[in-house]
Write a protein that binds this ligand. Structure first.
Ligand code: GLU
Length: 471
């Protein structure tokens, strides 16, 4: 086979949608697996939506997921943007006109709308009736749209990599406008011209584009180009089986980043939305690249399951490289007002190691880590129940004992054990008020780990504060 060359071609909407990210990932994996090329193409012909910010949001999402793209040698911009190619589309339109494969259409939008209404009233499928095809002397000076002369003969067969053979009756394909009367080229036309110029071998995209494929195939034929192979990915649905939308929760990839998801968890989750390899759920990136194949992309719709994504995220937090997680945790701490730039890296690392078993997101981890960093801890209601006059002797005994103990796990454990013996109370009865006093909570990692990470100075200060308040 010739080199695999694929592309992800988003129209900027202001964020990278989960569905778009899945399409990008499948293209990327397919390219990386076969040592081919993966291009990004920004379809920015809708000028009202294609702001620099909206385009930047796509780059941002792609970079976060780690989906790097190759540079298309022939493009002046990287990645390629359709707005930079208007001249090329216009030239191709001229060629089709000169060859008699396209024609000028003078029908006004009002006329078209009236005919459409008529057709609908007569219960017919509205399509352009082709009347301007018959004009013998079109006036090149008069504003006109340009329509492609579609063929209505026979069938158009798409041999789809995901859906199998999909057959379209050519009579359903009408004469598509390829350039509007204001001179702007249209989506289906630009896509074909670009895919040909970029020598795209496989077009892998959402199946919301399946109905465009027969039109595009006719354009390939008219322009004398060989078609790529097509693969249409089934839509991603919410739990209620309707198309994934904001009603089902976050749909922007960046929102997951902000909620404290790891990119590797997101990528792993996305790859399983339609692709499978036996019953394996967790994949490293190299494993995904090695095992990915379009042959194992299912044709039924995938259901987005936020609980599974959360489970994967917890798993990656638990097992990932602690240093990297510490790095990723910083912005979440900053979000809570902690000056994470000032944090000692070793201290941060110890916090991550203590909390990773019990945090499902980085945001959760930052919230649970707050008392390690801030001087102003807050006490939740459950913790307050342990900070009572009855427990004052325990806090006092611990305070006194800890003064002379090195703040390391084993000596701390030894100290607590001896207090528990001398006071004739279970270890948990001693630990819980101490935990409440130093963390403000009743749930935390083991008390000896907490004290060790907190350090003697802070721990004793917090005990003193509670002893003073209760005395
Ligand atoms: N720009 C189109 C979209 O964002 C994709 C076109 C294609 O992949 O052919 O839906």
């Amino acid at each position: 086979m010739n080199q695999v060359r694929v592309r992800f071609a988003p129209s900027p909407t202001g964020f990278l949608h989960v569905g778009g990210a899945r399409t990008a990932l499948f293209n990327w994996l397919f390219a990386r697996h076969s040592k081919g090329k993966f291009f990004l193409r920004i379809e920015d012909t809708d000028l009202s939506r294609s702001t620099d910010e909206a385009i930047e949001a796509i780059f941002d999402g792609m970079r976060w997921l780690g989906l790097d793209w190759d540079e298309w040698e022939a493009s002046e911009t990287n990645p390629v943007r359709q707005t930079a190619r208007f001249e090329i589309y216009r030239e191709k339109v001229e060629t089709l006109l000169a060859e008699g494969k396209a024609y000028r259409c003078y029908c006004s939008p009002d006329e078209l709308a009236a005919r459409r209404k008529e057709a609908l009233e007569a219960r017919k499928v509205p399509r352009y009736d082709g009347r301007c095809r018959l004009l013998t002397a079109p006036d090149p000076e008069r504003p006109a749209a340009v329509r492609f002369k579609a063929s209505s003969e026979g069938e158009i067969v798409v041999d789809d990599m995901v859906k199998g053979e999909v057959v379209f009756d050519s009579r359903t394909v009408d004469d598509l406008i390829i350039m509007r009367s204001d001179g702007s080229p249209t989506y289906n036309f630009c896509v074909v011209v670009d895919d040909v110029d970029m020598q795209i071998s496989h077009v892998i995209r959402g199946d919301d584009h399946l109905n465009n494929t027969p039109r595009q195939i006719q354009l390939y034929e008219a322009l004398g180009y060989t078609q790529p192979r097509f693969g249409h990915l089934s839509m991603i649905l919410g739990a209620d089986k309707s198309r994934l939308s904001k009603r089902h929760g976050a749909t922007a990839v960046q929102q997951y980043r902000d909620e404290g998801y790891l990119p590797e968890a997101m990528v792993n989750y996305l790859v399983r939305l339609g692709w499978s390899h036996k019953d394996q759920e967790l994949f490293t990136l190299p494993e995904m690249i090695e095992k990915f194949s379009m042959a194992h992309v299912g044709s039924s719709a995938a259901i987005f399951n936020p609980d599974k994504l959360l489970w994967m995220n917890a798993n990656y937090i638990k097992t990932g490289d602690a240093k990297r997680i510490a790095q990723l945790l910083r912005p979440h701490l900053e979000g809570l007002g902690v000056d994470a730039g000032q944090c000692d890296p070793d201290h941060l690392l110890r916090v991550v190691k203590a909390l990773r078993e019990r945090s499902r997101t980085l945001k959760e981890m930052a919230e649970s880590a707050f008392y390690f960093f801030s001087d102003k801890i807050s006490f939740d209601d459950k913790a307050k129940k342990f900070l009572t006059v009855e427990n004052l002797p325990i806090l006092g005994a611990v305070r006194q004992k800890l003064e002379g103990v090195p703040f390391e796990h084993d000596p701390l454990q030894e100290a607590f054990r001896s207090i528990s013996e001398s006071m004739d109370k279970k270890l948990a009865k001693i630990a819980q008020p101490v935990r409440a006093a130093v963390t403000g909570k009743t749930v935390s990692p083991g008390i000896f780990d907490v004290l060790e990470i907190l350090g003697k100075e802070k721990a004793l200060e917090r005990l003193d504060d509670q002893i003073d308040a209760l005395s």
